[in-house]
Design a protein around this ligand. Structure first.
Ligand SMILES: NC(=O)c1ccc[n+]([C@@H]2O[C@H](COP(=O)([O-])OP(=O)(O)OC[C@H]3O[C@@H](n4cnc5c(N)ncnc54)[C@H](O)[C@@H]3O)[C@@H](O)[C@H]2O)c1
Length: 253
């Protein structure tokens, strides 16, 4: 599908992978709506890109619906990229061997998995009512899982479950939305150089980079954005999760 002239909604678009994607889509001619927390840099990013900032927490159906409406007002919505997410560690047992607080598990699932579903549901309802393009397509949805969906580390049961859920729902949603000419793919990044990782000491970041078989470095946000662009433009990619990870397979810790 052609990016030029399309409306694109990017959640988590104020930072990291979402920011790189918003920049790339805007450079390719999309009208971009940044959907991120009100406390984020979304307004500055939208101003830089000549786009729209629609503040929303992806756990709120009402806020997501309003953000989708704002995106559709700006330009016919065709591209949705789900990048909003969090990755705090949450083990099964705490330091004293007691069961960990289930609230931490629930919060990660609510943002990463249910938030992604909410955005897909609200956006696809709007996209399905838009006229198809000349090529017959209505839209493309790209979700963000993680290699932790497949090789989660100690401390990642909630994160892995949330990202495994994003991977697992990709095919059934692609099958359902096929009748509306909407494709759905998911990217499972390895270790990417974003603010999410920047909190780690430089030595830890270097060590993570060295674990990547080739190239032995962290992934760059624009390498993620470039794959989003390819998924949008390649009309035969659908229902698939693509690892973007330099062949890393994560160790237990
Ligand atoms: N960086 C990595 O190594 C890596 C690897 C695999 C997967 N991922 C996934 O990629 C996605 C983007 O991560 P990133 O590295 O760019 O992180 P990031 O922290 O730079 O960006 C995440 C963005 O999501 C927003 N966000 C968080 N909670 C939100 C909510 N409830 N509602 C709306 N927006 C919310 C934040 O404000 C932020 O702007 C996440 O889903 C993350 O799990 C990242």
């Amino acid at each position: 599908m052609q990016i030029q002239g399309s409306g694109a909604l990017v959640t988590g678009g104020a930072s990291g992978l979402g920011l790189a994607t918003a920049r790339r889509l805007a450079a390719a001619g999309a009208t971009v709506t940044i959907v991120d927390l009100a406390s984020s840099q979304g307004a500055e990013v939208a101003a830089e890109l000549g786009g729209v900032f629609a503040p929303a927490d992806v756990t709120s159906v009402e806020e997501v619906a309003a953000a989708v409406a704002a995106a559709q007002d700006a330009a016919p919505l065709r591209i949705v990229v789900n990048c909003a997410g969090i990755a705090p560690p949450a083990k099964v047992l705490d330091r004293d061997g007691n069961p960990a607080d289930v609230a931490a598990f629930e919060r990660i699932i609510r943002i990463n998995l249910i938030g992604t579903f909410t955005v897909i549901a609200q956006a696809s309802a709007v996209i399905a009512k838009n006229d198809p393009t000349e090529s017959g397509d209505r839209g493309v949805i790209v979700n963000t899982a993680s290699v932790a969906a497949f090789d989660g580390q100690i401390g990642q049961p909630a994160y892995s479950a949330s990202k495994g859920g994003v991977h697992a729902m990709t095919l059934p949603i692609a099958r359902e939305l096929a009748r509306h000419a909407i494709r759905v793919c998911t990217i499972a990044p390895g270790i990417m150089e974003t603010p999410m990782l920047a909190g780690l000491p430089q030595a830890a970041q270097d060590s993570l980079g060295e674990q990547v078989p080739y190239p032995a470095r962290l992934g760059r946000p624009d390498e993620y954005a470039s794959l989003v662009q390819q998924i949008v433009e390649n009309g035969y990619l659908n229902g698939e999760t693509i690892r973007l990870d330099g062949a890393i397979r994560m160790a237990p810790k």
